[in-house]
Design a protein around this ligand. Sequence first.
Ligand code: GDP
Ligand code: MN
Length: 368
Amino acid sequence: MDFMLLILAVLSALHIMVPSVYYVFMKRIAEKKSWNLRLDENYEPTVTVIVATYNEANVIVGRLQNLEELNYPKDKLEIIIVDSASTDGTADIAKAYIKENSLSVRTLILEETQRKGKARALNYALQYASSEIIATSDADCRWVPDTIRNAIRYLSDPSVAAVSGQETLMNPDQSSATRTESQHRKLFNYIRVGESKIHSTIIFEGALAFFKKELLKRFDEPCDDSGSALNLVQEGYRTILIPDVSFLNPFSPKWNKKIAKKTRRAQHLVEIWYRCLVLDLKGKLKLNPWISRVNVFLHIVNPFLFLVFALTSVFLLVEYPAALLAIPLILLIPKARDSFLLYVTNYFFLLQAIFMQAFGRRQVVWKK
Ligand code: GDP
Ligand code: MN
């Protein structure tokens, strides 16, 4: 029995310590380490921004206006909307908007006859993109005017193949669903920037990603953002997430919507780290192996230790009922409550994603 308890204690300690230590370590690196890049401030390549849309009638015009306001030479910018047979008239609305307003930026609307997922749509659009840099974005997010300039700077270094930015919520204080998401973002942004400063992060955001076309060739399917980043790292390049560029994203204040979205994202994370694990085992991984191993631990192993930790906690509560007093403390302090909710739900999403991955259920298209 004592031996059993010792094992539970060790597993629980690993469960808590690995993420905590990794976070503290990466935060320090994100704040202190230099990029080791040679940046050319005069670098001004041509850029194609591809926005994949499926049923985005409500936001597509706002997105076009937002892209037109970007602070970048108009003759070096091109916008491609690639719509996959939306049923709400997204493509027609975009076409009408372009016809009625003479846009200063060359804008192309592509229409697929069938919905085959976002990554497929991006690859279709890629054939029509004529620029040196390919950027991807979503219909519902917003970029600030200097986004392209700030991101492009980093691509001037020949070792960097792709750059991504962080998500900032438009409504961080609206509900517990958005508060926890905002907290989650802040934690992980440090980790992704830290990893990028060491060499690369492969966790990319499709809503704000810039790729060198000559190196990209094709988007990974179905994981257009992180999968493409991993492929470029495997070719020997750096793919980085930078702190000075972020996109504004609306986030549903409702938990049921959040659960659907987070489950999908967790599936992508599990899938991509599983790919790294396999490459690492074959001795073929080009990403820093420790970045990969810690992330494999965090996304694939630790969700199971979460179960161990939860059972251990229940066991302790039964043995020492006085510890029950901690529960009102967690529930009454709003910040503690949010952190606790974030912690439990994150591991829940990952566990669900691991089972879906194991049983071969993967989402290529999702409900909108
Ligand atoms: P989230 O931000 O990760 O929740 O994902 P969204 O649902 O906002 O999708 C990201 C972008 O991909 C949006 O602009 C969607 O309209 C677009 N999208 C999603 N599925 C498809 C698809 O099957 N085809 C195309 N062309 N775009 C899609
Ligand atoms: Mn979105």
